[in-house]
Design a protein around this ligand. Structure first.
Ligand code: SAM
Length: 276
């Protein structure tokens, strides 16, 4: 692989913290992410890489035969990427992934996301991509190890929270592998993990009112040390007695903590609250 350190030195570019720039220097990890990204894709699927940096993953994706569009926010890196003959087959787009027009780019084509995500915006970006209409079929992304733990967490574990529920509602999530800081330049302070998110054919639970469902999920985790009934009563604009009634109807003890509830518990509870 092209050495990010050398590429940056030649171009006179210093890594910028505010853009979460920790470039992958581990070629076999880049190839592994690329292979996972394209695995079992429907024919004609387009690949959107978020945060191409110095192109380590972009090149690996092209080598896997992917049809790649790569977003990068930093104009200096965009110029560097556009100068590399190895990337001639990729579309390099200077854009902020937080407000990119995904719909206009994808049209009706199937698409996937790959990327070593900038850590400061990773969770917000994943939620945006998973929840949008016409979103990607799959995401293969590198995130901080603790974020990966939240994405894959099961009920009753400390990492389980509203992020776990929001992502698992729409996607299956699998931890692929973990990398030490030395796999990056400059090395970050924490370990990083690659996770594979695949869109479910149907959401994991049926709910009558999605907005209320999300309010209930967020409300249940809003005060993690309090019991479910207290956390909900403090965060929802719903009468405490109505909450107690809905919990009884859904067969959920008010004394539990929110982290004990799985997706179907949340769905039952939200439906009971919707009934009033
Ligand atoms: N993919 C490269 C690699 O693996 O070496 C770079 C990964 S680095 C962790 C994250 C990249 O995302 C940086 O190049 C950074 O400039 C870019 N970036 C940061 N915020 C972004 C945003 N909002 N939209 C698009 N790119 C962004």
């Amino acid at each position: 692989m092209l050495s990010p350190r050398k590429l940056l030195a030649l171009a006179g570019i210093r890594p910028r913290k505010r853009y979460g720039q920790n470039f992958l220097v581990n070629g076999s990890a880049a190839r592994r992410i690329a292979r996972l990204s394209v695995a079992q894709a429907r024919p004609g699927t387009r690949m959107l890489e978020i945060g191409a940096g110095t192109g380590a993953l972009t090149i690996a994706l092209l080598e896997e035969g992917a049809d790649v569009t790569a977003l990068e926010i930093d104009p200096e890196l965009v110029a560097l990427l556009r100068s590399l003959p190895e990337l001639a087959a990729a579309r390099i787009v200077e854009a902020d992934a937080s407000n990119f027009d995904y719909r206009a780019w994808s049209g009706t084509d199937a698409w996937r996301v790959a990327g070593n995500l900038p850590y400061n915006v990773a969770t917000a970006l994943m939620l945006q991509l998973v929840e949008m209409d016409g979103g990607p079929d799959a995401l293969t992304v590198m995130v901080q190890k603790d974020v990966a733990e939240r994405l894959t967490a099961s009920p009753g574990t400390p990492a389980y929270g509203s992020l776990s529920v929001a992502i698992q509602y729409a996607m299956t999530v699998k931890l692929a592998f973990t990398l030490a800081p030395q796999s990056f330049f400059p090395p970050p302070k924490v370990y990083s993990s690659v996770v594979e998110l695949r869109r479910r054919a149907e959401p994991a639970a049926r709910v009558r009112d999605r907005t209320l469902f999300w309010k209930v999920v967020r409300g249940a985790f809003a005060y993690r040390r309090k019991t479910l009934v207290n956390s909900l009563a403090l965060s929802l604009d719903i009468d405490r007695a109505a909450i107690v009634r809905a919990l009884e109807l859904s067969n959920i003890s008010p004394e539990l903590r929110g982290e004990r509830l799985d997706l179907s518990d949340f769905a039952r509870l939200a439906d009971a609250l919707a009934e009033g």
